[in-house]
Write a protein that binds this ligand. Structure first.
Ligand SMILES: [Zn+2]
Length: 115
């Protein structure tokens, strides 16, 4: 199996671990960084407390776009989602998630307060 060494973590991984990309001349190549490293780089270090009004669901994530696409894949309706709270501090974010879950994540209430 063909492998490649990631230029960030220096680990040797199979080509499957590297996303494909194309150059401007349409030549296909594998990215220099493995998917794990690319995901890490895309993280902002922020924790998001978010709300899905159609599911009446409140959650916490440090990678909002990925979490939302995961919910979508699971069949959740992510339309009109909002971010209720953002923090660099995971504990703060978790505290707010708990707060919203216990008091605000009732139909409509979060919408009224945060729109
Ligand atoms: Zn890597």
């Amino acid at each position: 199996m063909e492998t490649k060494i990631c230029n960030q973590c220096n680990k040797e991984k199979t080509l499957k671990s590297f996303a494909k990309n194309r150059t401007s001349t349409k030549k296909q190549y594998h990215r220099a960084k493995c998917n794990t490293c690319r995901n890490k780089n895309q993280k902002t270090g922020l924790y998001y407390v978010y709300y899905l009004p159609n599911e009446n669901y409140c959650g916490i994530t440090d990678y909002l776009t990925r979490r939302l696409s995961k919910h979508k894949k699971e069949g959740k309706n992510i339309e009109n989602h909002h971010v209720l709270y953002i923090s660099r501090d995971k504990k703060q974010a978790a505290y707010h998630e708990a707060l919203y879950q216990s008091t605000l994540c009732m139909e409509g209430l979060a919408l009224t307060m945060y729109n």
